[in-house]
Design a protein around this ligand. Structure first.
Ligand code: SAH
Length: 247
């Protein structure tokens, strides 16, 4: 019997922001695989077998998922946010691409989730109402020179920029270096928002400017948003938005 492999997104934190199809896939799973913090978020489990692992074990997790699915199990792999955004879906395909056996035996389904930038944007107003880009600041799998190049062209292009993975214990100065690049191309009054743990009980939003931003307030659960030159906070409110036009 051929099994199934479904890669799901658990959204930014709140149970209500998980799409119903993901709840169904989890309910029907025989095996659930993921980073232990995401497995911990699952509620109403029956007797699904849980395979929790530590961070940075994406390829091992992907191997296990494909193996169990090829043996006939109904496997669900959990990611936070959306599984296709800096998460498990690509790791699964990196493994599948190399193994003809999995290509022939295993059908992979990806179920979307609300990614951090969408959750943060909804919380703030409409900051990504015009062209925006998303950059992963982690240099685990890419060199700092690539990060630097992408930050530079995004700033020169006047995009709204969202940074995922702005900080980790292993990478202390990355965000500060990124802000130094931004300061070369953007004015000090540029809107900057630190959207932390959005849609969880620890949610915190700090709205500041490029000139005043204190990067020590950023944690690994923060989405850092840099406005375009037209992004603004509406006076007498907390709404942040970017108009639909560009100049
Ligand atoms: N697949 C996830 C992203 C994983 S990378 C998604 O689609 O959202 C992890 C990074 O996402 C964190 O470092 C942080 O920058 C961002 N992030 C994830 N959840 C968040 C939340 N609830 N609030 C703010 N940022 C979050």
């Amino acid at each position: 019997m051929s099994g199934t492999l479904t890669v799901v997104g658990l959204g930014p934190g709140s149970e209500e922001l998980i799409v119903p199809a993901v709840h169904d896939a989890i309910a029907q799973a025989t095996d659930i695989i993921g980073y232990f913090r995401y497995i911990d978020r699952l509620k109403n489990l029956r007797n699904q077998k849980l395979h929790a692992s530590d961070n940075r074990q994406e390829l091992e997790r992907a191997e296990l998922a494909l193996k169990l699915a090829s043996e006939g199990k109904r496997v669900v792999v959990v990611s936070s946010g959306d599984p296709g955004v800096f998460a498990m879906a690509s790791a699964i395909f990196e493994v599948l691409e190399k193994k003809i056996f999995y290509k022939k035996t295993t059908k992979v389904t990806i179920l979307p989730g609300i990614t951090a930038i969408l959750a943060a944007s909804a919380r703030l107003g409409a900051p990504i109402g015009h062209d925006f880009c998303v950059i992963n600041l982690s240099d685990n799998l890419k060199s700092w020179s690539i990060v630097k190049k992408r930050v530079t062209v995004a700033a020169k292009g006047d995009f709204v920029i969202a940074f995922y993975n702005p900080r980790s214990k292993a990478r202390e100065n990355q965000l500060e270096r990124t802000f130094s690049i931004l300061k070369k191309y953007c004015e000090p009054s540029r809107v900057v928002v630190f959207a932390d743990a959005i849609s969880t009980k620890n949610e915190k939003v700090i709205s500041t400017t490029l000139g005043k931003a204190d990067t020590s307030l950023v944690s690994m659960k923060t989405l850092v948003l840099i406005g375009s030159s037209l992004t603004k906070e509406i006076s007498d409110t907390n709404y942040i938005y970017t108009p639909r036009y560009a100049k």
